[in-house]
Ligand binder design. Structure first.
Ligand code: ZN
Length: 708
């Protein structure tokens, strides 16, 4: 899944027309946080970096994207077998782990629109089609639909709701436009599509059409496929509308692994995270006649898209008939899990993951990540054949049914809850390559770690990944707009983890420190049939050099974390960020005149955490001969930040510092219990959530201090 906000391209692909022989050229770093002597590890890393191969990554991507492979289909199973074979060839102890989960597949999806005289304005959906796309006519291309959509047959007047954000629905209310019983048509972008449906449902709408406006990822941005990378007129963004901000995974088993033998009696109703109204994703080819015929007031500033007419809000002018018949069944999905046992601390686990299932071909999303992970496995396999064994266990995971709601990863995390107490980190990659611009998100304790990894990997554009990353983030706007305190020294912004990919169960349910990496570019075919191998080689990475780069970054994260003497988790950075979050929440509460909320206890708990972190940081820099106690404390500190009760109204989410926003879905809300209570002007809940946060910070400080 993963929302792509495409960045401007820094480097044209034409400039990279010649494949370069990219072996690591820069001298390895002399000292690395976490190692008392980096010399021997530098040699291992050099050997690792020499293995991931661009050409083989391209072959793997071609194989993975040869057919549509939506979760639980025979083609999805074939890709699982392929991954298992590749894992075994590399020497990984491999198993295919099935789960039985509730998934919908579309039986009937229909949209018709009529003007006030009853004349047909459109009848669709129109099949996705452009001149010359090689994969579009395969009968296995699933018709565009929303995962988790309710079934329904609804006829009602249409209302335009812009991006379907809280402020958009407020604006409609201010214009006295009632959406109750109406069909809301809104555009993709700005938030998770499930949030659009969630808000439409809360406001009493009868159904939702979600379309891709050319302003957001079509011709307004640049040439559409097959000329360029942007969305053509018939391209549709499929996707899940599961209320994943309530909980992700199998809708019937929150907190429980839906193994094939889990009895039906142990499964609950799917009510908790499923919409109750139908929704259908459509193209702008199909949305345009509806929007053009809408009457009512003209749209306010910021609501006009790029279609060539004035937009109106409705209601009136257009009656829409929407039919969505979904076939809900418990279906089998397949995770592929490959292990390399650690030689010294086999119970400590470094987990690497990427999802394999795609809405259609999924060349960028997710199989650029899959090819990168396979080449990382290739590199680890080569080290194994040379006699290397990692100090800690490394587990590579190929997740299934991520697109429907992070299902394969969530069920595995729920099943492995006990062994994940021993996980030191989770490294995710999803949309690995859509262009040349590297970026990363991480918990604060791993932000510097990711930067150091990026300094150790060459970029196809010359210099290191870090150099190129730094250059295209030359303005610090992105960082200043974030929640983090000012960056110190020579640095680059690392984002916060919200949701939309498989790190969510690891970090926000199990408390495993996580990172997510990608190399982005103009990408307008997200979740359409056109996200295929032909699009990838024309627009994203013609010589697969960025697949190679991402394989090196991902694999090096695992190798360095698995081998280190002392875990390089930086709790000083973490404590400083938490302090900044609390200060910002306090300012917000003051601005909103919520004067009864006392932040003092939380602020002093954050100060205690910082003091404990500074103490342990000094020990990490000069560790004792046996760092076992130190590592135990470092490993347990993130888990200590979980609140046993979970967040209000969404108890599955246990992390007190990060959660997906209830009204954003993808982007992170920090100290979520506190901030969402303030946003809702609920002082009582804010006070209670500050107490839970304070307890968590005290727990984490206690854990870090226990290493002494
Ligand atoms: Zn994805």
């Amino acid at each position: 899944m993963k929302l792509r906000t495409a960045l401007a391209p820094m480097f044209s692909m034409a400039a990279l027309a010649l494949p370069l022989d990219l072996h690591p050229v820069q001298a390895p770093p002399q000292s690395v946080f976490g190692y008392s002597d980096f010399g021997p590890e530098a040699k291992i890393e050099e050997k690792f970096l020499a293995v991931p191969d661009a050409k083989e990554a391209g072959e793997e991507l071609k194989t993975l994207t040869a057919a549509p492979h939506m979760a639980s289909t025979p083609e999805d199973h074939a890709t699982a077998e392929y991954m298992a074979r590749k894992f075994r060839e590399a020497g990984l102890e491999t198993e295919i782990v099935p789960y039985r989960v509730l998934l919908n597949q579309p039986k009937t999806v229909r949209v018709e629109a009529f003007d006030t005289a009853g004349h047909v304005l459109m009848s669709g959906p129109t099949r996705e089609h452009v001149t010359g796309d090689p994969g579009q006519d395969d009968p296995r291309v699933v018709m565009p639909f929303n995962g988790s959509s309710a079934s329904g047959d609804v006829t009602a007047d249409a209302v335009y709701a812009n991006y379907g954000r809280p402020e958009d629905f407020n604006e409609l209310a201010a214009e006295h436009i009632d959406v109750r019983g109406k069909i809301v048509i809104c555009r993709y972008g700005q938030n998770f599509r499930g949030v659009k449906v969630y808000l439409a449902e809360q406001h009493g709408a009868a159904g939702v059409l979600i379309y891709s406006d050319p302003q957001d990822d079509g011709y307004y941005k640049g040439d559409p496929w097959p000329t360029g990378p942007w969305r053509p007129d018939t391209g549709v963004q499929r996707g899940s509308v599961q209320y994943l901000f309530k909980y992700p995974g199998d809708p019937e088993t929150p907190g429980v692994a839906s193994t094939p033998d889990l009895p039906d009696a142990a499964r609950s109703s799917a009510e908790g995270d499923q919409p109750h109204i139908p929704s259908i994703p459509i193209s702008y080819h199909d949305a345009a006649p509806i929007l053009q015929a809408l009457k009512g007031p003209g749209v306010p500033a910021g609501w006009q898209g790029a279609l060539p007419f004035r937009y109106h809000l409705g209601a009136g002018g257009v009656r829409v008939h929407l039919v969505s018949q979904q076939d809900y069944q418990r279906r089998i999905i397949w995770d592929v899990i490959g292990k390399v046992a650690g030689a010294e601390e086999p119970d400590s686990r470094v987990v690497v993951g990427n999802h394999r299932d795609a809405w259609v071909y999924g060349a960028v999303d997710p199989n650029s990540g899959t090819a990168a992970m396979l080449e990382a496995v290739h590199g680890v396999g080569a080290l194994l054949k040379q006699g290397w064994r990692p100090k800690r266990t490394i587990i590579f995971c190929s997740w299934d049914a991520e697109e429907e709601g992070l299902i394969g990863s969530t069920e595995w995390v729920e099943q492995q809850a006990r062994t994940l107490d021993h996980a030191v980190a989770y490294f995710n990659v999803d949309v690995a390559v859509s262009g040349p611009n590297f970026s990363a998100s991480a918990v604060p304790s791993l932000k510097q770690f990711v930067r150091e990894i990026a300094r150790s990997v060459p970029s196809p554009a010359g210099g290191t990944v870090f150099d190129v990353w730094k250059a295209h983030h030359s303005t610090d706007d992105e960082h200043q707009g974030s929640n983090a305190p000012p960056m110190e020294g020579e640095s680059v912004h690392v984002g916060d983890l919200g949701s939309g990919s498989d790190y969510t169960p690891f970090l926000q349910h199990a408390g495993v420190p996580s990172t997510d990496i990608e190399s982005g570019g103009p990408y307008g075919v997200y979740h359409s049939t056109f996200d295929d191998f032909a699009w990838f080689t024309q627009n994203a990475d013609p010589h697969f050099l960025y697949l190679q780069e991402m394989a090196r970054v991902l694999g090096l994260e695992a190798v360095r974390m698995a081998d280190c003497d002392v875990l390089p988790l930086d709790y000083v950075a973490y404590a400083k960020e938490i302090s900044a979050y609390i200060q910002a929440a306090k300012r917000k509460a003051t601005d909103m005149n919520l004067v009864s909320i006392d932040f003092d206890a939380a602020q002093s708990a954050a100060a205690h955490l910082l003091a404990a972190a500074q103490h342990i940081h000094a020990e990490q820099a000069a560790p004792a001969a046996d760092p076992a106690r130190l590592n135990l404390a470092l490993r347990q500190a993130e888990t200590a930040l979980l609140s046993p009760a979970g967040l209000p109204n969404r108890a599955w989410y246990k992390h007190t510092i990060y959660a997906p926003g209830e009204y954003t879905g993808y982007s992170a809300v920090v100290i979520p219990g506190v901030n969402e209570a303030i946003d809702a002007r609920n002082s009582a809940v804010a006070v209670q959530q500050l107490a839970a946060l304070t307890e968590a910070l005290d727990r984490a400080a206690g854990v870090l201090s226990s290493a002494r």
